[in-house]
Design a protein around this ligand. Structure first.
Ligand code: ZN
Length: 153
């Protein structure tokens, strides 16, 4: 009768290896692992990179929206409203986002419309900057849209 190669396989209590017991023989296979802090640092750096990409996507879509409609969306992460664009966002806009986005580290992006300019910022900018770049990388401001250039001066 054929037997399974390993009749018993058990993870060591400290997670450092797997013990196998077969036909009276036992051996331990160590698990290669990275320190928890190292894994966390890599994860946070990846989240920071994805956050920068999200912010860049929102900025690009807001620029397209403003070129088309003359102002930035006040609530950009809402659905595009083709019947009343000013009341909608950039999600579903042809040049917009296919879906809403959040910071990969958790939390919603902050938006500010002031004097025609638009600012997006991440609530986790300091945490991201500790892993990748600087806090300013997670905050972008778009200049006011100008359609009429003042030539009087
Ligand atoms: Zn973020």
């Amino acid at each position: 009768m054929r037997r399974n190669a390993a009749q018993l396989a058990e993870i060591a209590p400290d997670g450092g290896g797997i013990a196998y017991v077969t036909d009276g023989a036992a051996w331990l296979v160590p698990l290669v692992s990275r320190p928890k802090e190292s894994v966390l640092a890599v994860m946070e750096a990846l989240q920071a990179r994805r956050c920068k990409a999200n912010i860049a996507a929102v900025v690009a879509a807001q620029s397209a929206f403003a070129l088309r409609y003359g102002a930035y969306s006040a609530n950009p992460l809402s659905e595009f409203n083709k019947d009343n664009p000013a009341a909608g966002g950039i999600v579903g806009l042809p040049e917009g986002l296919s879906a809403s986005v959040e910071c990969p580290s958790g939390g919603s992006y902050l938006f500010r419309l002031q004097d025609g300019s638009f600012t997006i910022s991440c609530p986790n900018c300091d945490q991201h900057a500790s892993r990748l770049g600087s806090p300013g990388d997670y905050r972008k401001t778009l200049s006011p849209v100008r359609w009429n250039y003042d030539t009087a001066d």
